[in-house]
Structures are given as structure tokens and as C-alpha cells.
Design a protein around this ligand. Sequence first.
Ligand SMILES: [Zn+2]
Length: 397
Amino acid sequence: MKTNRLFVAAVALIFAFTLGCKKESSNINPGDAAHSKASTRSSTTLDPVTQRKLAALYAKIPVDARRKVGGKSKVKLELHPEYRDIILKTLKLEESSCNDNTASSQWLDQQLADWNSTIINYVLTTAMLDLPTYDALLFENSSANQKFGAEGQYTQRLTKAFKDLKRFWNIQAENIVLAPMHGTMLTDRAKLLRTYKAAFGLDDPSANYYADFVLAIVDAYPQLRGGNHPMFSFNAFAQSTFSFPPYGVIPDKIIMGDGIMDAFAATGYADVAPQAILAHEFGHHIQFDLNLFGNASGPEATRRTELMADAYAAYYLSHARGASMQWKRVQLFLNVFFNIGDCSFTSDGHHGTPTQRMAAARWGYDVANKAQKQGHILTAQEFTRQFEAQLPKLINQ
Ligand SMILES: [Zn+2]
């Protein structure tokens, strides 16, 4: 199955935070929106020594790159040409557009309120928003001894749900890695170096320079919360194994970012969001395993696989032999799915509208709840068959 080719339709809940409606196929920079929203805010005063230090580091960046940062363009740093396609296909960052007003996106906006234009400039120049994602994508390759959430507050729930999911679904799941994404990698010089080298193809001197710059920025600005700002880890995704020479084989994995879970926790979904998001990501591994992505691409194909993942998740979460959630909690997780729907219909990353996502999740719940034999778990194949038959109705919401 997953032989010599990277499976491309890997990304799931990538919350690149309101990139706007225009899809850029190479867009790896979720900071543009933050830039436009926060750049008018007043700057923060640093002590003169730090100010000079950062300015000196910044001055080393070629003028061309700095000019780009101020405009619409992307950061100077570009992905390693050899791996660029692999990384972008695997991490197809997606925008949301019509649901800017959901509680979680509003919450994130509030968290960004004290990022002034100088901070944003530095963050974009160093590609800091992408570093935790790429580090997790390439180097978090084991489930062992992982902690989820900055304080480990999601560890127990996710570890248990992951174990349950592997038991619940009849797919080959023993090799899937469950690993976190922590923004605090931005304070870890070794991790910064390896990520700059592997993902961006930087040589030693450049990687050292950028790593030092990032360490200095995080140190200078308390607004970045020592890397724990949710903007750096507002992300969760599933990925199928691929070869990444010379680093080796990257395993099947699910990455859960602290920031995305914090956003749902802060807006009333602490009880269900981590499990719901994980169950959705696990749904993508069902799709990998059953080879359900096919050759189709474009918004409709993405919508199908996303709504299917929602339905798998809802089925597991509500099933008596799954997470066995009662109606009150089920409504909460339905709201989680409702919250993350998007309306960018023409985007390749289209996940389905909030209404369609809610309908898919609701349908998955009904399949579990209305079953004659409550203890019976449908095979992934059978559940998928039923879903495909239902899909036209779900879309027609
Ligand atoms: Zn997904």
C-alpha cells in the first residue's frame, strides 16, 4: 500500500488561521493574516540593548527578503527544493474563511492582540510559525514518553483515546505514531537547527544564524510566551509514512498541536475536543489503510474525505464500545466539528461547510445510536460503504 510514494492527501485539521479566501498552493505562511490584523497596533518598547541585538540580527537578512516580508509575499526562507513537494503535499495548510467568528478563531485573535508589527515582522522573517509543524512532521517519530499540552494536561485523555481507537477500528494501526507539537521547540537550539537544515535546506552557518535569531526573539518578547503562544501550534494532522533521505523513513503519524487544543479548551470544549480531533485524524489513517483517497483531487475530493473523517470520528465517539459519549457530550463534539468547517468552496483544502460537517458527524452518531445491536462495531469497510451512500444527502444540507 504505502510503498514508494508519499501519500498526498494527508493533512487534516490544519488551522492556518484565516489566511483569507485566496488559496496559494505554496502557502506555508499562516502569519499573513495575523500580520494584517495586528500590524497597526502600537509597538512594544524593548530595552535598548535587546533592541540593538535584534536589529543587528535582522540587518543580516538580505534587503530583498525584508521587503518581501512587509508585503504580501512569503518569507525569504524557502523549503528545501528536494523535499519541497513532499512537505507541501503532506502539510497542505488550509485556510478557513467564513467561520472567522467561531469562538476558537476569535479566541486566537484575542491571543494575538499584543503582537505588534515588529514581532510579526521577526516571526515571518524567520518562518517561526512553520517551525513547530515541520519539526513535528519530520522529527517526532515515536509515541514513547510524549506529553500533550504545555503542562501535559491532554496526555492522559489522548493516550487513552488513541489506544481505544486502535482497538475499535479494524485497520493496521500498530505502527501509527501519536506525537505532540509544542511551540516550545522555538527555545530549543538543537531542534531549531535540525528543522532549518532538514525542512529549509540551510547550511550550517545559516541554520546557526537563524536559530540564534529565533532564540533572541523569543527571549526578547514575552508576548511569544516562551514559544507557548497557541499561534505556533494551532495545528493537527495525520500523515502517512514516507521516505525522507538522508533522515530515514518517517512513520505513519498523528500530530496534535497544543494551540489548537488550548483554543477549544478555552472556549468550552475541553471535555471533548482533544478526543474528537484525534478521532478525526485517526479517520484519515483509516482512509490511508483502505486506500480511499483515490486519484481525485480538488475541493470535492477533499470535502468527501474530510466529511468521512468526521463521520468516523462521531461513530467512534458515540459508540457504546468506543468513547461512549452521552448526548450532552455528543452535542459538544458536534459543535467542535461545526466550529472547524470552512466555506472556501473553491479551495483544494475545502473541508465542507460547518453545516455539512455537523451533518456528517450527526449521521455518524446516528449510525452508532440507532443500531439494533449496540455492542456491534461495524468494520471500517462497512461503515465507509454506508457513508458513501449517504454522502450526497450530507452535502445537500
Ligand atoms: Zn481532516
